[in-house]
Design a protein around this ligand. Structure first.
Ligand code: B12
Length: 216
């Protein structure tokens, strides 16, 4: 079944980034949840989708809803999305329960393959149990001696002591010095040694960062 899901989602630029058997009282009411994230081909596929050029807000969220809903129908599953709240579906908890993503020293998630560049586009909820492989269950942060994430932000907008100071982050993005964060993505996220392997186009980074700034 996992193979079938992988084959179905791959042409849409998506990959299984986590899977879990949620507790009986989980809000998803699912026996199996499959978390979906962008893979290397995502941007080329998305760029050619109608949502990219229709000049309507939240293009990636709208693309995710359309594409993942179609996939779910095909696989006889239900959907969950990380956006559209509040209330928000507990993607951070699901990610951690999957054993493939972990709280980094800054609180932001670090994933075994995508590091801090992990993001989720949606989840497939199945009413039956799908056999899942064992996950690594050791955080990449445990073996990361340098911990560059702790000093990567030019304005210390995220600290272990005070969490995420969104206003400080926003203010920096509006300055010339903040341009690198806008075009090359958040410097904390890209400093993660696991994230370094994740290559993203400038336009992709800018779309997310502009959405974060409330500009799209
Ligand atoms: C609201 C929200 C935000 C708010 C956070 C408000 C705040 N902290 O005051 C804002 C808009 C600022 C935000 C920003 C970002 N977010 Co956000 N966010 C969410 C969202 C939609 C809901 C979280 C929530 O309120 N849950 C309910 C409450 C009750 O639970 P909670 O655990 O207390 O939630 C807190 C944390 O989620 C935290 N948080 C949310 N995003 C981020 C990002 C960072 C860097 C940190 C430290 C904390 C943080 O803030 C929440 C409220 O306090 C989740 C998706 C989801 N469904 O979980 C994504 C999510 C957590 N965000 C994510 C991402 C990718 C980002 C961005 C990096 C987006 C980008 N630019 O690409 C930015 C950070 C900017 C940057 N430096 O790059 C990812 C996870 C990334 C990770 N590795 O951990 C998620 C899971 C979305 C996804 N589709 O994958 N986000």
């Amino acid at each position: 079944m996992l193979d079938e899901i992988t084959k179905t989602i791959a042409p849409h630029g998506l990959v299984i980034s986590g899977a879990l058997h949620p507790d009986a009282n989980d809000i998803s009411n699912a026996k199996t949840l499959i978390l979906l994230s962008p893979r290397e081909t995502f941007w080329d596929i998305f760029k050619n989708a109608p949502e990219y050029t229709d000049n309507t807000p939240n293009p990636i969220d709208r693309w995710s809803k359309r594409v993942i809903s179609d996939i779910a129908m095909h696989l006889n599953a239900r959907t969950q999305f990380p956006f559209g709240g509040p209330p928000y579906a507990p993607f951070l908890d699901w990610a951690k329960q999957s054993g493939r993503a972990f709280s980094s020293p800054l609180g932001m998630l670090a994933h075994d393959t995508y590091g801090m560049m992990i993001s989720y586009r949606g989840a497939l909820a199945f009413d039956h149990k799908i056999a899942l492989p064992a996950s690594p269950s050791t955080s990449p942060c445990e073996t990361c001696a340098a911990k560059p994430c702790l000093s990567a932000c030019p304005v210390n907008a995220i600290t272990p002591e005070h969490g995420y100071d969104v206003a400080t982050c926003h203010a920096h993005l509006d300055t010339p010095q903040g341009e690198t964060c806008m075009t090359q993505a958040c410097r904390i996220r890209t400093s993660c040694p696991v994230s370094v392997a994740v290559k993203r186009e400038t336009a992709h980074n800018m779309l997310h960062m502009r959405a974060f700034k409330g500009e799209t």
